[in-house]
Design a protein around this ligand. Structure first.
Ligand SMILES: Nc1ncnc2c1ncn2[C@@H]1O[C@H](COP(=O)(O)OP(=O)(O)O)[C@@H](O)[C@H]1O
Ligand SMILES: [Mg+2]
Length: 311
């Protein structure tokens, strides 16, 4: 559904995208992962025909984004970092307006609006002005507006940035429903856990280049996997726990600062239980326990890529 080859975009002397290649099969979700400035929005803008590439090619739903922009625009839904909702209108009226602009009759437009309000759990707030909505409701309305025309391909540019954890979860649920309905989605994010939750495959961008691609599990494996850290009361207990863990086939790493913490890469819940049992069985009491998932920073680091731009 999306095919990108050698795509390059320069703004003057600044190269925002550098020979990017990727494909997104129909019905799948690609997570485009990268920090601020990586080139995510530029790629989404080119694929949605808002900007022209400097070099290379891109096709969306079978149409070239440069030579067949109208065909592409007819088939896509775009939700950007900066929303296109009219704040003075209600959620319902925003959706009706767009449906009417797309050629629906008054009755069809109202029906489509009601259906989307239901899907996005905005029915109760349907008649309130959008400016009274919370951040999460706004984001859901924004996403709903991009879906009025039943697009085949949906672009979500950092759909959860700035949302609180509950609103973020809510939006994930909605995206998962769209995907279950067969949409093809390209989603950008700065969060590995979000890409893990939503995407079938992940492409990591840094400085406009693709620096890695694969499934979330593949990237996490490269990034050093999940880890459990245990804190123990004394050094002898730490040694006993480390010995037990090595005996169980795990690879505990003492923290480099001479503290009483052991960090253990784990693969699954059995490993986690083994770590807790070994620490508890070391006879000097477990004083701390932490579980960490790798982040985008771990992926960058594992790839030896330090030139990340943060804004
Ligand atoms: N219109 C523009 N003019 C000049 N530089 C731009 C423009 N748009 C983006 N850039 C630069 O291109 C790079 C990629 O930006 P962007 O695609 O917005 O990244 P992301 O969405 O991953 O944060 C950044 O260095 C940004 O400053
Ligand atoms: Mg962006």
């Amino acid at each position: 559904m999306i095919e990108v080859s050698g795509l390059t975009k320069a703004f003057g002397s600044k190269t925002a995208l550098d020979e990017v290649n990727l494909t997104v099969p129909k019905g799948s979700v690609l997570g485009l992962l990268g920090h601020n400035g990586a080139g995510k929005t530029t790629l989404v803008n080119i694929l949605s025909t808002l900007q022209r590439p400097t070099a290379g090619r891109a096709r969306v739903a079978g149409f070239d984004v440069v030579s067949h922009g109208v065909e592409v625009r007819r088939r896509i839904g775009l939700t950007g970092q900066f929303a296109a909702v009219d704040e003075t209108l209600s959620g319902h009226d925003n959706l009706v307006l767009i449906a009417r602009l797309l050629g629906a009759s008054r009755r069809e437009a109202a029906a489509r609006a009601d259906e989307l309000l239901e899907v996005f759990r905005l029915t109760d707030a349907a008649r309130q002005r959008a400016k009274t909505y919370s951040g999460g409701m706004r984001r859901r309305l924004d996403l709903a507006t991009s879906l009025v025309g039943r697009p085949e391909v949906i672009f979500l540019d950092e759909p959860t940035t700035g949302l609180d954890p509950v609103a973020r979860r809510d939006l994930w649920d909605v995206v998962n429903r769209l995907v279950a309905d067969g949409a093809t989605v390209l989603l950008t994010t700065q969060y590995l856990d979000e890409a893990d939750e939503l995407a079938d495959s992940i492409t990591v961008l840094a400085g406009g280049r693709v620096i890695a691609s694969g499934t979330a599990d593949e990237l996490k494996t490269r990034a050093g996997h999940r880890k459990v850290s245990v804190s123990l009361r004394d050094g002898a207990a730490l040694e006993r726990a480390a010995g037990a863990l090595r005996g169980a086939g795990l690879a505990p790493v003492p923290d480099g600062t001479g503290g009483l913490v052991l960090t253990v890469p784990v693969r699954d819940s059995t490993d986690i239980a083994t770590v807790v049992r070994a620490a508890d069985g070391a006879g000097a009491g477990l004083t701390g326990l932490a579980y960490t998932e790798p982040t985008l920073d771990d992926v960058y680091m594992a790839l030896n890529h330090h030139s990340t731009v943060r804004q």
